[in-house]
Design a protein around this ligand. Structure first.
Ligand SMILES: [Zn+2]
Length: 332
């Protein structure tokens, strides 16, 4: 098969997150031809998650009667520090036990199809830059606020990856030098103060210490089960405790953005991830902090917006990586 023909084929895209595995078949025109979700069940261990990824690829290809040989390969966007050249997950705070896992070569050998591996936030940032909210914007920061906080930086239209590929760990910028302990080993990271996990933890802590909230009824008294999603629902219904927990988290997010705005002077900060679906409830207090604290000229230049591609940003960005490489080879 010649290169040009191969390049017109679709790609199987996988987005491996801490709670779910998304699988899709994406055409060269970036149409999502099929999409499926599976639970990650990360606590079952590395081998079990790899089995589920392989199953996800087999199911999505079978459901669309697409042979893997009729795709240009498998592109995986995964949470954590990724060595893209070696196809290895170096470390992933949201995937316990994942340390130096050669995921790319394992999947490639098992399924017999060329496999690429990328960081999920980098993939989502490129997805938004080429197909979403960041089209035509050459200096942007992508932030994903979910269970944890991830990020990616695009400067002059290029992904900034740093000396060894681990740049953009925005969730692990220090906000409070004496703050709570983070999964990464440091303390007071943005992720410990403004992620979904942080929002839930703070609501649970305040209710457990005797403060009243409609969250108690909303969760039938099972306070330990509170997630950021319930806190957002209660805040929208006017619950003062839920509102204050989200305002505090949003203010910390804003402090993180002040640092980003002052250092990178971006045109846009795009916020994705599950917690970002709160929209202006989260972003308005953050925007206010940026307006009050960042350099005025930089603050005025930066628009803070929610993702356009939503949950598909990582999948579409993973596809983009592969199609772009194929394009570059055709042009060479
Ligand atoms: Zn950290």
């Amino acid at each position: 098969m010649n290169g040009a023909k191969k390049a017109s084929l679709p790609v199987v895209a996988i987005d491996l997150g801490g709670s779910k595995i998304a699988a899709a078949i994406i055409s060269r025109e970036y149409q999502i031809l099929a999409r499926e979700y599976h639970p990650t069940l990360a606590s079952e261990g590395v081998a079990s998650v790899i089995n589920r990824i392989a199953t996800a690829v087999k199911q999505i290809t079978a459901s669309t009667s697409t042979a893997l040989s009729q795709t240009c390969g498998i592109s995986i966007a995964a949470a954590g520090a990724i060595d893209h050249k070696r196809g290895t997950v170096t470390l992933s705070p949201n995937l316990p036990g994942w340390r130096d896992v050669p995921l790319g070569s394992i999947i490639q050998e098992r399924l017999g199809s060329r496999t690429w591996l990328f960081n999920d936030a980098n993939a989502a940032a490129l997805g938004e830059h080429y197909l979403g909210a960041g089209r035509g914007v050459n200096n942007l920061i992508y932030l994903t606020v979910g269970t944890g906080i991830g990020g990616a930086i695009i400067t002059n239209g290029q992904l900034y990856t740093g000396a060894c590929g681990s740049a953009g760990e925005i969730g692990h910028m220090t906000i409070d030098a004496n703050g709570p302990r983070c999964e990464c080993g440091n303390v007071g990271c943005l992720e410990t103060l403004a992620s979904g996990r942080a929002i839930a933890r703070e609501a649970i802590r305040r209710i457990s210490s005797g403060e009243r909230s409609s969250l108690t009824e909303l969760t039938d008294g099972k306070i330990a089960d509170i997630t950021a999603r319930e806190v957002a629902i209660a805040a929208r219904q006017g619950d003062p405790l839920a509102g204050s927990v989200i305002n505090n988290a949003a203010a910390y997010l804003g402090v993180g953005m002040v640092n980003l705005v002052n250092i990178f002077n971006p045109e846009m900060i795009i916020v994705g991830g599950g917690v970002a679906s709160m929209g202006d409830l989260l972003l308005n207090p953050a925007r206010q902090v940026v307006k009050e604290r960042a350099f005025p000229v930089s603050s005025a230049a930066a628009s803070i917006v929610t993702t356009e591609l939503g949950h598909d940003a990582g999948l579409l960005g993973a596809a983009y990586f592969v199609f772009k490489q194929a394009e570059d080879r055709e042009e060479a």
